[in-house]
Write a protein that binds this ligand. Structure first.
Ligand code: PLP
Length: 456
């Protein structure tokens, strides 16, 4: 047992939280989360909260899976750690690499393990540059990404990302990384159909490649659906056009599937769900359902062959690459997801239901635009609705209506994330239709409460 106030006091005195204004926690204190089971978490005051964000988009198989805990315990007793540097390996890492190559799209035979998604994207940067060096094109080092992308928080990953707030601190991005527009029809597609806008947004890649010179561009990196940028679901024309441009200029394509991997979009990998054919795939989060940190890069045939046959030693790796305990957790988590057919359930049953129910929120006076794909969804809070989504009137950003709404969500026992005034969810994949109904009821009540507060 512990005293919540005492924990909050120690928390604000000693613990520097990620992505948090430290001063905000003074006096008020952070919410202390103490337990999770299924789709729910509990705080130290006994409040039961429906976690519609799966933690940070990661608890795909839900909380309280004792099978994963048991697998971790067994592995810790047998071999808690050994590295895979210098010609040693361990059994769970080999089994997981094999399993991932079976679940991945065709041609992904090899995997490089890391401890997180950020490290995996750093690894990608090194792999694509090394690939072109080995191919004899030593000047081909530029990687193109997108505004508002999130690829992690290491210096390289934050540079690959396109978050203005991150770039504003510490002189990012590092040289050799360029950014193009995000395919956000709601924000930028005024006067265009979604399909027209999708083509136009993708063609920004071609313009950028021409500007830099194709002989200098190593790769394009993107999330199949932008997550932290606000669940930006691209128009159907976007990815085919990106793919065409990458092929035309022989640019490697990196799909950052840290969020979209492991069932979230209704397939083991989001690339499959969206018809993308990448050369490299970043993964993390859902691979262990977040129970133990782990990430990695799935390396497709084109790059893999060159790295293995011509590369010699790849001078790169992490102490925790292929950590046996993380791999054991991942294997058990993937076994659960497979037995319960979670990706197919999202594709055929609960995903379509979420889409239908979520779109109904558009009848609420505060909701200007709501959409979803698989088990990610988002809605825009607006001051007034117009005839088309582009005629909606937004709130002044300084009012922070999203944060107000998020607080009401917590009061009504549901976690939703605010990205400006776009409210987003990424629920655990185990959600049933009844759970979706409960989530939507709590969201609707919170929207009513937000509206009532704004009208005060
Ligand atoms: N890539 C994407 C698309 C992400 O959403 C994230 C984290 O949210 C990362 C990379 C970074 O992963 P990690 O926090 O495990 O370093």
């Amino acid at each position: 047992q512990f005293d919540t106030r005492a924990i909050q006091h120690l928390d604000s005195a000693h613990y520097l939280h990620p992505f948090t204004d430290f001063k905000d926690l003074r006096g008020r204190g952070a919410r202390v989360i103490v337990r999770g089971e299924g789709i729910y978490i509990w705080d130290s005051e006994g409040n039961k909260i429906l976690d519609a964000m799966s933690g940070l988009w990661c608890v795909n198989a839900g909380y309280g899976r004792t099978r994963i805990a048991d697998a971790v315990y067994r592995q810790m007793q047998t071999l808690p750690f050994y590295n895979s540097f210098f010609n040693t390996t361990n059994v769970p890492a080999v089994q997981l690499a094999t399993r991932l190559s079976q679940l991945a799209p065709p041609g992904f035979e090899r995997v490089f393990f890391t401890g997180s998604g950020s490290e995996a994207n750093d690894t990608n940067l090194r792999i694509v540059r090394r690939y072109w060096d080995l191919m004899g094109y030593t000047g081909r080092h530029v990687v193109i990404s997108r505004h508002n992308a999130y690829h992690g928080s290491t210096v390289a990953a934050a540079s690959l990302g396109g978050m203005a707030g991150m770039h504003a601190q510490g002189g990012l991005p590092i040289p050799g990384i360029e950014h193009i527009v995000q395919p956000n029809w709601y924000e930028s597609g005024q006067g265009l159909s979604e399909e027209e806008f999708g083509l136009q947004a993708a063609q920004a890649l071609e313009t950028k490649i021409r500007e830099i010179g194709a002989d200098k561009v190593a790769a394009f990196i993107a999330e199949p659906i932008q997550g932290a940028g606000g669940v930006i679901i691209p128009p159907s024309t976007y990815w085919p056009e990106i793919q065409r441009i990458c092929r035309k200029y022989d640019i490697l394509l990196i799909a950052d599937e840290v969020i979209s991997g492991f069932g979230r979009l209704g397939a083991w990998f989001g690339s499959t769900a969206l018809g993308i054919e990448p050369d490299l795939i970043t993964f993390a989060k859902g691979v262990t359902s977040g129970y133990v940190p782990m990430g990695g890069v799935l390396v497709g045939q084109r790059v893999g062959e060159v790295l293995v046959e011509q590369g010699g030693e790849f001078a790169h790796g992490f102490t925790y690459s292929g950590h046996p305990v993380a791999c054991a957790a991942a294997l058990e988590n993937l076994a659960i997801m497979e037995e319960e057919k979670l990706p197919a359930q999202v594709a055929n049953d609960t995903g379509p239901y979420l889409k239908e129910r979520f779109a109904q929120l558009q009848d609420h006076p505060l909701v200007g635009y709501a959409n979803s794909f698989g088990f990610v969804a988002g809605l825009n809070l607006v001051q007034a609705k117009g005839r088309t989504p582009h005629d909606n009137r937004s709130f002044a950003p300084a009012r922070q209506v999203g944060m107000t709404c998020r607080a009401h969500m917590f009061n009504n026992g549901v976690v939703m994330r605010a990205v400006g005034d776009r409210m987003i969810v990424a629920p655990p994949l185990i959600m049933t239709k009844a759970d979706i109904d409960e989530m939507l009821a709590r969201i609707r009540q919170s929207l009513d409460d937000t509206l009532a507060e704004l009208q005060k």
